[in-house]
Structures are given as structure tokens and as C-alpha cells.
Write a protein that binds this ligand. Structure first.
Ligand code: CA
Length: 233
């Protein structure tokens, strides 16, 4: 690793923190730890980590509130939520409040390290790739790729980082249909996807709610039944 990256671990179970710290350090990461939500939020603000591993059930402030607060403050640090169980509601809520990813406990360390790496690389790629300024898009939708701002009829639309990436990816390949597995690989940078393709559906639904006039009858991001999603022009 050319430049050492810092991972902030926000988790109240000390044995999990110890295992995470050990494995992340072995992979060349610097780690910071916080054992409650308030301290996690403070360290996220003051230490500027490259990624946050965020437990949900935490003393003082739950993980969802930590993530929501950071996003409200305009902080786009990649956040991976650590969910205690395979709970659909937790995953959906996590993605809706702007988390980039989630991983279910008990997790395989190999999987977690892969996700940490993928999310840090993706975030670095985005900050480096602001060469193109404006993307031709459909109807009254426009994207400024310098400011990462999306407009509909001249009105700014507030998207999460992931929603923005999904939209720009699809819009830059108009009318090409991508399966959910394709999108997991291209937009989420995952080699292994398993049943996580549901993440794509949730993100598409959120995106439609924001960019479409009538989310139930979308005109931009369309579904090709049994095949996937595409940006229609
Ligand atoms: Ca906990």
C-alpha cells in the first residue's frame, strides 16, 4: 500500500475490535477505535479516517445515527455497517441513511478485508476522476461530474454517493442493460456477490424516488424484466 489508510472501528465489543484491529494492521492499515457512538462520531470528524466500520447497537448513539449525522454534515467517508443479524430491515435502513455497504456478523475476515479494500479504492477513484465536466443525459436530467451534482429541471437533487455512482454508471452506458450482478461488480466493486444483489434493488428504488417525477412509472432508470436495469434515452 503506497499510502497508509486509516480505518475507524466503532464497536463496543472489545473482542471484535481486537480481531478487527489485528487483521487490519496486518493488511497495512492504521486503525482507530471508538467504543460508543458519540466517540465514534467525534473521531470521524476529527481524525478524517479513510473508512469507518460501524456497529449498529452501540452505547450513547446507535450506528445509524452516527452515519446519518455524518452525511448531514456532508461527510462522504465510506461507511460499512456491521449488522448483528441477517436482518433485511437493518440493511435497507443502513443503505437509506447513506451507508455504503453492510456486512453481517459473524463475518469472515477475508470477506471483510476485501470489502474494506473495495470501498476505499472506489472512494479514491471518485475523488481522482473529475476530468469530465458535464454528461449528456436524458430529458430534463443533467449531471455535473465536477461537483457530483444532479439536477432535474435545474433543481438540485440530493443523492448519496452510491446513488450518484449508480446513476452516472448507467447514464454513461445509455440503453445498455446491466444485471444486478453486473452492477454489484461495476458500481460496488465486488467480485463475490452472493445474495447481496438486493442492495442494487434498494438503491435503484431510492434513486427513482429522487430523480423520477413518478417513481412508479420511471422514465430514466428502467427495468428489463428478468435481465436487469438500464438508463433509457
Ligand atoms: Ca454492539
Amino acid at each position: 500500500m503506497s499510502e497508509q489508510k486509516t480505518v475507524l472501528i466503532v464497536e463496543d465489543e472489545k473482542n471484535i475490535v481486537d480481531i478487527l484491529r489485528f487483521n487490519l494492521m496486518r493488511e497495512g492499515y492504521r486503525t482507530l477505535e471508538a467504543y460508543d457512538g458519540e466517540d465514534g462520531l467525534n473521531k470521524a470528524r476529527s481524525e478524517n479516517p479513510d473508512l469507518i466500520l460501524l456497529d449498529v447497537m452501540l452505547p450513547k448513539m446507535i450506528g445509524f445515527d452516527v452515519c446519518r449525522t455524518l452525511r448531514q454534515e456532508g461527510n462522504n467517508v465510506p461507511v460499512i455497517i456491521l449488522t448483528a443479524r441477517e436482518e433485511e430491515a437493518d440493511k435497507v435502513l443502513g443503505l437509506e441513511i447513506g451507508a455504503d455497504d453492510y456486512i453481517t456478523k459473524p463475518f469472515s475476515m477475508r470477506e471483510l478485508i476485501a470489502r474494506v479494500g473495495a470501498n476505499i479504492r472506489r472512494s479514491a477513484m471518485i475523488s481522482a476522476s473529475s476530468a469530465e465536466t458535464s454528461m449528456p443525459v436524458s430529458g430534463d436530467l443533467s449531471i455535473n461530474t465536477d461537483s457530483h451534482q444532479v439536477y432535474r429541471a435545474g433543481k438540485a437533487i440530493d443523492l448519496t454517493q452510491r446513488e450518484y455512482e449508480l446513476l452516472t454508471f448507467l447514464a454513461s452506458h445509455p440503453n445498455k442493460v446491466y444485471s444486478r450482478v453486473d452492477l454489484m461488480e461495476q458500481v460496488w466493486n465486488y467480485g463475490y456477490v452472493g445474495d447481496d444483489v438486493r442492495t442494487v434493488d434498494v438503491t435503484v428504488r431510492r434513486l427513482r424516488e429522487k430523480i423520477e417525477r413518478d417513481p412508479a412509472n420511471p422514465v430514466y432508470i428502467l427495468t428489463r424484466r428478468g435481465a436487469g436495469y438500464y438508463f433509457s434515452v
